[in-house]
Ligand binder design. Structure first.
Ligand code: SAM
Length: 311
């Protein structure tokens, strides 16, 4: 369905947990929340079906870290059963992906985005607080074997931290059928507020002039490739190249609240309507009409602890 600015809202980012096994320096996630807060797989299925009845055609499971939920395969199976759903995707830090990739594919998952900010072990440990880079590489290979596609590697570059590793990340797209996408640092934490840390897509293009635009933009990312590359490079610049005019997404948080915009504090609780299907759909339609024109990144500090929704 269309929001009040005429945008087709077809994409639901569903955060199944706020819990996470990593502690990335730029992620403003609140302290690890307790499991009690989280909806059950059945409740997510009920809400996702209601969003599908309101025009959602793509659902991305995210978090926190979705693979910390022991019932993640069951959640995928429930959502895959929604007839009008066209795409079911997952965003993960990849640490547990080797364990789940095959089961997730068989349960009906289509594609996966894996967050990887550095291919250097020491830098990865400094950014995430964990020495698990080898497990992420295992997860990428497991996703390839399982036939999940597309596989996207999402990286956030920070000057003075991991920006010098951009070439190694780009090399993954030269060698593998993956999209390596650079997401601009957003203001969800002290680090995220520090604009001097931010690496823009324009700076990446200046540093790697061999990249050629492929014309395959998808609303948030603009894609590039180069001679001899198997995969692509994507640039996602929410701060320096606002793409709110093409936004198609809303977010459902793990406690049943809806966040129409990642860069706006407004949230609306759907839990009270779980047992009233008609009212639930009406609430969703009204919330979509409340979606703001765009994010407010760069304004006063209001985003701390915001990013429990998987970006
Ligand atoms: N745990 C999963 C993961 O690591 O992909 C899903 C949740 S995580 C919040 C989703 C994405 O948000 C990750 O790719 C992460 O890099 C990105 N992200 C988190 N904080 C960010 C920030 N301040 N700026 C840009 N991207 C951010």
């Amino acid at each position: 369905m269309k929001d009040s600015f005429g945008r087709d809202i077809t994409y639901l980012r569903l955060s199944v947990t706020r819990r996470c096994n990593l502690n990335c320096v730029y992620c403003g996630k609140a302290d690890c929340e307790k499991k009690e807060e989280e909806l059950t797989a059945e409740q997510f299925a009920l809400l996702a079906a209601a969003f599908a009845d309101c025009g959602v055609r793509k659902i991305r499971l995210t978090g926190g870290e979705p693979l910390v939920r022991g019932d993640i395969v069951e959640i995928v199976r429930y959502l895959r059963a929604i007839p009008s759903l066209e795409t079911l995707a997952l965003t993960t830090n990849g640490v547990y992906l080797a364990r789940y990739a095959d089961e997730l594919r068989r349960a009906g998952l289509d594609s996966v985005n894996i967050s990887l900010d550095s291919t250097d072990g020491a830098t990865y440990r400094r950014l995430t607080g964990a020495d698990v880079l080898h497990k992420v590489f295992d997860g990428i290979e497991a996703a390839e074997r399982a036939g999940l596609a597309p596989i996207r590697i999402n990286a956030v570059l920070m000057k003075g931290v991991n920006a010098d590793g951009a070439a190694d990340l780009i090399d993954l797209a030269r060698r593998k059928r993956v999209d390596v996408r650079f997401i601009e640092l957003m203001p969800f934490s002290d680090e995220g507020e520090d604009a001097s840390r931010r690496v823009t897509g324009a700076e990446i293009l200046a540093q790697f002039p061999f990249l050629r635009e492929t014309g395959g933009a998808d609303g948030t990312a603009v894609y590039y490739t180069a001679e001899g590359f198997v995969g692509r490079i994507g640039l996602i610049d929410p701060v320096s190249r606002k793409f709110c005019g093409q936004c198609s997404r809303v977010r459902l948080l793990c406690d049943g609240s809806v966040k129409p915009c990642l860069g706006d504090p407004a949230e609306y609780d759907l839990k009270p309507f779980l047992n009233d299907p008609a009212r639930l759909r009406e609430e969703i339609r009204q919330i979509i009409q409340k979606k703001p024109a765009g994010h407010r990144f760069g304004e006063a500090k209001q985003f701390h602890g915001l990013n429990q929704t998987g970006g």
